[in-house]
Write a protein that binds this ligand. Structure first.
Ligand code: UDP
Length: 458
């Protein structure tokens, strides 16, 4: 009997990276390829605690490696986590691949024949290359942000940014005649609130540039029709998105928090296009003041809303306010700690999505034709906001006041504007249709995925 191919998938340990790679893993497994996903022990424990073990769970095997931090140590310090991961995980990965090779003496199917690694965990590509294993990078964000990242050496050379990634002029930044110029605020490593974080993000971006040389193909969770210009300037880019959760993944999407499964029933009780869905992803942190303004804004609209308030989403206590708020809005507002977001966005009663513009959230909104209201937090989210509002015109941004706070008035006004815009809604429906076609029979992303799977199986 022909031996099965065995692909090792290495995500970066964060929600927005694990989710799309799990979806890709299932697509690959659908084609009879064996898939093992590598998590850190910490993420693995969180996923096991938060997800039901359903029938589909066994299709993918999971292995967990230590990330080098103590079990009970905080993992909010990105600089520390990144340093630790890139120090200890390459060794664990190499050992695991060697172990699988030894086991292949008794079971041929165990040998790792291909590695797919998140480009933000590009050390895994380096290990695969050193060990002579075929490999591909995976980019979990917009192709436009990959183009910017890979262009960093030229930006430094041209005196556009300095060695710490700081823009030297306020001007728009062109990287190719084929692409719109980037705003300096849209640099994906920009974090003016904390320059230490900015330095860490920039070092991380430089590591991506370095590790990109270890692969010649980059799978992207995007589709050609959405980002044709950016796709055209990166050799080896292979858009296979939007990667969507299939029914198999419905209750085991690799969520790091337990999904509140009462959302669908609650949405069922509302008329079509009446609910404002509000969720800011897995990492956004608000000041208590900003949190209060958002809450008051939502309350004042008087329309039904579903708001995801993660545990520890504010950097100061809001408990007292929060319980009084829940009491006041109990007839039309629902607040959950973590939602089954893709189901929510696919529900007909959802009218718009107030989002932080994380790339997965953006694609999930677009794939469901839901207008977006944008409040980016960090990393690529500012760039995503620009494309959403200025290029695809499928949403609006909310802006801060002179202190950077988005007021209740701004929240209310912009939500009402988005809800009332026929132009935005019709653009959303156009993009939704493009997305659907790209992953349907004969569509660009499906064709790319099929040819990639042929490559794996060769
Ligand atoms: N998500 C979810 N439930 C929530 C909020 C988010 O399932 O209540 C999922 C969402 O569907 C997306 C991921 O978490 O797939 C967040 O990824 P994204 O890139 O949007 O943002 P990040 O968390 O990386 O900032």
């Amino acid at each position: 009997m022909a031996k099965l191919k065995h692909v090792l998938v290495v995500p970066f340990p964060a929600q927005g990276h694990l989710t799309p790679l799990l979806k890709l893993s299932h697509c690959i497994a659908d084609h009879g390829v064996k898939v093992t996903v590598v998590n850190t022990e910490s993420v693995h424990a969180q996923v096991v605690a938060a997800n039901q073990q359903d029938e589909g769970s066994n299709r993918i095997r999971f292995v967990a490696f230590p990330d080098g931090l103590e079990t009970d140590e905080e993992r909010k310090d990105w600089a520390k986590l990144l340093e630790s991961i890139s120090r200890v995980m390459p060794g664990h990965l190499q050992e695991f691949i060697e172990k699988m090779k030894r086991q292949s003496n008794s079971n041929e199917d165990e040998k790792i024949s291909f590695v797919i690694a998140d480009m933000t965990a590009g050390w895994a590509l380096e290990v695969a290359k050193r060990m002579g294993i075929e490999r591909a990078g995976f980019w979990p964000a917009a192709v436009l942000s990959l183009a910017l990242t890979l262009h960093i050496p030229k930006l430094i050379e041209g005196g556009v940014i300095d060695n710490d990634g700081i823009a030297l002029k306020k001007d728009a930044i062109p990287i190719s005649k084929k692409l719109p110029s980037y705003k300096s605020d849209d640099l994906t490593w920009s974090f003016p609130e904390d320059l230490m974080i900015q330095k860490t993000l920039f070092r991380w971006a430089l590591a991506i540039v370095h590790h990109s040389t270890h692969s010649t193909s980059y799978l992207c969770n995007s589709f050609h029709e959405l980002e044709s210009s950016a796709c055209g300037i990166i050799p080896g880019v292979l858009p296979v998105g939007p990667l969507l959760a299939s029914t198999r993944l419905l209750h085991n999407r690799g969520s790091l928090w337990k999904e509140d499964l009462t959302c669908s029933n609650w949405l069922d009780q509302h008329p079509p296009q009446s609910v404002i869905y509000v969720a800011f992803g897995s990492t956004t942190i608000f000041s208590p003041e900003q949190f209060y303004e958002l809450a008051h804004g939502l309350e004042q609209i008087g329309q039904p809303f579903l708001w995801v308030v993660r545990p520890e989403m504010t950097d100061g206590p809001v408990n007292k306010f929060h319980s009084a708020f829940l009491q006041r809005v109990r007839n039309h507002g629902k607040v959950v700690q973590w939602a089954p977001q893709e189901e929510v966005l696919a529900h007909p009663s959802v009218a718009c999505f107030f989002t932080h513009c994380g790339w997965n959230s953006t694609l999930e909104g677009l794939s469901n034709g839901v207008p977006l209201l944008c409040r980016p937090y960090f990393a690529d989210q500012h760039l995503n906001r620009s494309i959403i509002c200025d290029v695809w015109r499928v949403g609006l941004g909310v802006d801060g006041d002179e202190n950077g706070v988005i007021t209740r008035h701004e929240v209310r006004t912009k939500i009402l504007t988005v809800l009332g815009s026929d132009e935005i809604r019709s653009n959303c429906l156009r993009v939704k249709e493009m997305a659907r076609k790209s992953v349907s029979e004969g569509g660009s992303s499906l064709k790319n995925l099929e040819s990639f799977i042929e490559l794996i199986k060769a």
